[in-house]
Design a protein around this ligand. Structure first.
Ligand code: BV8
Ligand code: ZN
Length: 248
């Protein structure tokens, strides 16, 4: 039997018995769409200091640099496509867990899950294709790659990417929906996250606390691995379609 065939069978068995499914994804699920992850060998943050880029002070100090980085992320996301892992997650929602019994929480801002057909999505770190005013309630969707810092058409203040900077609270509605689903689901599938960024990293432990099952798909071990019912080691673009094929 191939190294992780047994683990895939075990994961499919857990999913077959589950009455609801929570999926939590991180940058790893987009790695095979050629969007670099944050940590690890060629991680984005080996080149950039997150405190300068994805933080309130960093934006206040140098909004042009933060916009330059986020516009490069926007360009990358527009030139990338969902991979087989994204499509497999959308298939799990469509074919196995009717509405109300499925939620996808993503830390990713690249919009690839929505483009792959996922519907019940909580984007807890925001979305690179939205921007909002630093002063008034103005917010819009945009694919523009700016040369300089954009201004609000309503009040003239500078706009910011509608993503969550370090040190900022996560969107209230999204995080409330995520935590309440985690409190009642009997199964969570955690894909491609290093599990170091809070409060997102807290979510699988809420499921464990009330006896829910944990399936982890990651190329490496993470702090969650020792608590998972099954850890499938490998690339999500290969493993997730295998799991979906085996559930049937
Ligand atoms: C908050 C924005 C409070 C969008 C991001 C000390 C201890 C604990 C916590 C803290 C601390 N000091 C500060 C904190 C809090 C801080 C935090 O957790 N820091 C960490 C780093 C220590 N958290 C915050 O600041 C949060 N806010 O706490 O606010 C508050 C409350 C009220 C009032 C005021 C304040 C805000 C966190 C959100 C920050 N924004 N992104 C943007 O990107 O611009 S976080 C950023 O990290 C991304 O969103 C990213 O998704 C996220 C997590 O990273 P991962 O997705 O896990 O990606 P990573 O590269 O790390 O890992 C990839 C994984 O995939 C790896 O495991 C790899 O093995 C695997 N992989 C790779 N390829 C594949 C694969 N797996 C499968 N298949 C493959 N092919
Ligand atoms: Zn404004």
């Amino acid at each position: 039997m191939r190294k992780n065939t047994e683990d895939i069978l075990m994961a499919s068995e857990i999913l077959r018995k589950a009455s609801s499914l929570l999926v939590l994804t991180g940058a790893g699920v987009s790695a095979e769409s050629n969007i670099p992850t944050f940590r690890g060998d060629n991680g984005l943050w080996n080149k950039y200091n997150p405190e300068d880029l994805v933080s309130v002070d960093g934006f206040r100090r140098n909004p042009a640099l933060v916009w330059e980085w986020h516009c490069s992320m926007r360009k990358l996301a527009m030139s990338s496509n969902p991979n087989a892992g994204h499509f497999a997650i959308a298939q799990l929602e469509r074919e196995f867990f009717c509405d109300g019994n499925f939620l996808l929480i993503t830390q990713n801002i690249d919009d690839l899950h929505r483009r792959a057909g996922s519907e019940n999505i909580a984007e807890i770190h925001g979305n690179i294709f939205y921007e909002r005013c630093t002063k008034c309630a103005f917010r819009r969707r945009s694919e523009v790659i700016y040369d300089d810092v954009p201004r609000c058409p309503q009040c003239g203040s500078i706009l910011r990417p509608d993503v969550v900077f370090f040190g900022e609270p996560l969107p209230e509605m999204e995080i409330a929906k995520s935590f309440s689903f985690a409190q009642k689901t009997d199964c969570i599938l955690v894909v491609g996250t290093s599990g170091v960024v809070y409060p997102a990293a807290q979510i699988p432990y809420i499921v464990i606390e009330h006896g829910g099952k944990v399936i982890e798909v990651n190329k490496e071990e993470t702090p969650l691995t020792k608590y998972a019912d099954v850890h499938i080691s490998g690339e999500s673009g290969t493993i997730l379609p295998e799991i979906v094929k085996t559930i049937r």
